[in-house]
Design a protein around this ligand. Structure first.
Ligand SMILES: O=C(O)c1cc(=O)[nH]c(=O)n1[C@@H]1O[C@H](COP(=O)(O)O)[C@@H](O)[C@H]1O
Length: 250
């Protein structure tokens, strides 16, 4: 059992910069700069601010997770992945529900960019399993997938691994089962993080930062508990303190 240093804790945190424009995102990034945490750029920010925001965050020293959750036919995802790879992001994701051929196409798209000399950075590619905003009712009664949420997550995780991706997005509650099924080095990226007493919002499958660390997750994706705080830098520090006083069980 090893205790995380504050630096190790920060390197596991991906702050979701879910902001409506460039200046709001950069204002937030300024408060987080130098901590060692990642910046996650999702649909809200990317659709508003475009590729430049990724370059600006990279220039400020952030590792960037581009969260656009591609889900399309393989040929389109291959081209999309090539375009994303050119941007020099450190990680991006696709929906595992797009199937194995689609996920292999994402890997191929990155290879296309590397082969063409369009980038020197090989980003990690992550498959989104079952969104953390969903529960058993959503799965069984709305989407029509039978079985438990964990079974669905594991099915997606195995498929993602077979397709050659680096890991999955899932809830921190499912990390132990994913690692047992896919191996310790298969990455888990886990949103659904809520410090005790924080507003749950639209998330369904959640844990605290310390329980996520104890469960052995690789990365904690955290948005509103940090970005919605009156003092985001202080909120991050409180979370890092909680994480580093927990134990990493792996
Ligand atoms: O891929 C993701 O990042 C993601 C997958 C998922 O299943 N659930 C999920 O919440 N996310 C993202 O993680 C972030 C969570 O933000 P908060 O709920 O504000 O902490 C958001 O930017 C979501 O888009």
């Amino acid at each position: 059992m090893t205790k995380l240093t504050p630096e190790q804790a920060a390197a596991k945190v991906m702050v979701a910069l879910d902001k409506p424009d460039r200046s709001a995102a950069l204002q937030l990034a300024e408060q987080l700069q130098g901590t060692g945490c990642w910046a996650k750029v999702g649909m809200e920010l990317f659709y508003a601010a475009g590729q430049d925001i990724v370059r600006e965050l990279k220039a400020r020293g952030f590792r960037v997770f581009l969260d656009l959750k591609m889900h399309d036919i393989p040929n389109t995802v291959r081209g999309g992945a090539r375009s994303i790879a050119k941007l020099g992001v450190d990680m991006f994701n696709v929906h595992a529900a797009g199937g194995a051929a689609m996920m292999r196409a994402a890997v191929q798209g990155v290879q296309d960019a590397l082969d063409a000399g369009e980038t020197a950075t090989k980003p990690l590619i992550i498959g989104v399993t079952q969104l953390t905003s969903t529960n058993l009712t959503t799965l069984n009664e709305e989407i029509g997938i039978p079985g438990t949420v964990e079974e669905a997550v594991l099915r997606y995780a195995r498929l993602t691994k077979e397709a050659g991706l680096d890991g999955v997005v899932a809830s921190p509650l499912e990390v132990g089962a994913i690692k047992a099924a896919c191996g310790a080095s298969f990455l888990t990226v886990t949103p659904g993080i809520r410090p005790k007493g924080a507003d749950v919002g639209d998330q369904q499958r959640i844990t605290t930062p310390s329980d996520a660390v104890k469960g052995g997750t690789d990365y904690l994706v955290i948005g509103r508990p940090i970005t919605g705080a009156a003092d985001p830098a202080a909120a991050l520090q409180t979370i890092l303190k909680e994480m580093s006083s927990s134990y990493d069980d792996r």
